[in-house]
Write a protein that binds this ligand. Structure first.
Ligand SMILES: Nc1ncnc2c1ncn2[C@@H]1O[C@H](COP(=O)(O)OP(=O)(O)OP(=O)(O)O)[C@@H](O)[C@H]1O
Length: 331
């Protein structure tokens, strides 16, 4: 478990992180999102103490890291692997040499180094590329080498600093699949930082939102996506999930559909959809689908659908009153 308690980091008189407290439980995939400059990299580097906090406490499995000497820290850092946006591979070394590097630093015997490095390469699907050099590989393959290097020391935690931000969408999905395998097959806890909500949507079970150095929201991924509390979180959610139509979208919709519009939220545990069809039947109304979409957060569906209602004016009014009561009951 990783615990940050009231952690602040100042660079001169600039406060990059302001009293951030969060807990990363073992065994999950924890995603931190924020705009550029929000403090994500600083937060990640505090976890492996590449940065020391100005104030507060950073604990790994109960051990306070902030006061440890560099020598004592090194043992803890071996439990934490890290991958980077720009891969950070040695051009002069082979793929195997890159993956073997941290094992050689740890002073392991040569045959063990070779065997573990090859195993890590096999795991990421690059066993046949051991003798190549990084420049002979695609971006996605290079990132997988970076991931193999981070796994070679059998870490308990993997930190990912925008690992997919330099990759195309298809390669991003491959790397995210690999993260999921690392999490489920090797039991490695993953903490990733990203500015892409889609990354959180696909693989994270818990998320945190940073804004101007402050933690503005954290919790179960589905809950945060379904019920964002902070405006920054809500804006990130809107970037991947269609929201209740507003602004220009609503104007365009009203131009095309002159009837009563109704937006129905769709959550995996709600029964508003079923309630809707019953109420429509009861009030002799028909509908046509005009907007919306349903996506998945983790493996659970989430989204909204907007319909245009058709029918008698009095039935419509009675329906809307009944619908409002159903919404209140469901909330
Ligand atoms: N070594 C440093 N010295 C001074 N200021 C720094 C240093 N490192 C980071 N900062 C500042 O702290 C703030 C947070 O930086 P950080 O890199 O953690 O943000 P980020 O959310 O990771 O942003 P990005 O997505 O652009 O990398 C930024 O304003 C940055 O300029």
């Amino acid at each position: 478990m990783i615990e940050l308690v009231e952690v602040s980091k100042e660079y001169g008189d600039f406060r990059a992180l302001d009293r951030v407290s969060l807990t990363v439980p073992d065994g999950g995939i924890f995603g931190v999102i924020g705009h550029s400059g929000a403090g994500k990299s600083t937060l990640l580097r505090l976890i492996n103490q590449l940065e020391r906090p100005t104030a507060g406490s950073v604990r790994l499995n109960g051990t306070e890291l902030t006061g440890l000497s560099e020598r004592r820290l090194r043992a803890h850092r071996r439990e934490i692997g890290m991958v980077f946006q720009q891969f950070n591979l040695f051009k002069s070394r082979t793929v195997l040499g890159n993956v073997a590097y941290p094992l050689r630093l740890a002073g392991l015997p040569r045959p063990v180094v070779r065997q573990r490095a090859l195993e890590a390469l096999e795991f990421v699907g690059l066993g046949e590329y051991a003798k190549r050099h990084p420049e002979q590989l695609s971006g996605g393959q290079r990132q997988r080498v970076g991931i193999a290097r981070a796994l070679a020391n059998s870490p308990k935690v993997l930190l990912s600093d925008e690992a997919t931000s330099a990759l195309d969408p298809e390669t991003t999905l491959e790397v995210l699949d690999l993260f999921r395998r690392i999490n489920t097959e090797l039991g490695v806890t993953i903490v990733l930082i990203t500015h892409e909500m889609d990354v959180l949507r696909r693989i994270c079970d818990r998320v945190a939102v940073l804004d101007g150095g402050r933690l503005v929201e954290t919790g179960d991924a589905y809950r945060v996506f379904a019920h964002p509390q902070h405006p920054t979180t809500a804006a990130f959610v809107r970037s991947v999930l269609p929201d209740r139509p507003a602004g220009a979208t609503l104007t365009r919709l009203r131009g095309r559909h002159t009837g009563q519009l109704l937006t129905v939220p769709f959550t995996h545990d709600g029964d508003l959809g079923r309630g809707l069809s019953r109420l429509l039947r009861e009030h002799r109304l028909d509908f046509s689908l005009v907007h919306g979409g349903i996506s998945e957060v983790g493996s659970l569906p989430l989204g909204s659908l907007t319909v245009e209602l058709h029918g008698d004016e009095a039935d419509l009014t009675a329906f809307l009153a009944a619908w409002e009561r159903a919404e209140v009951l469901a909330a």
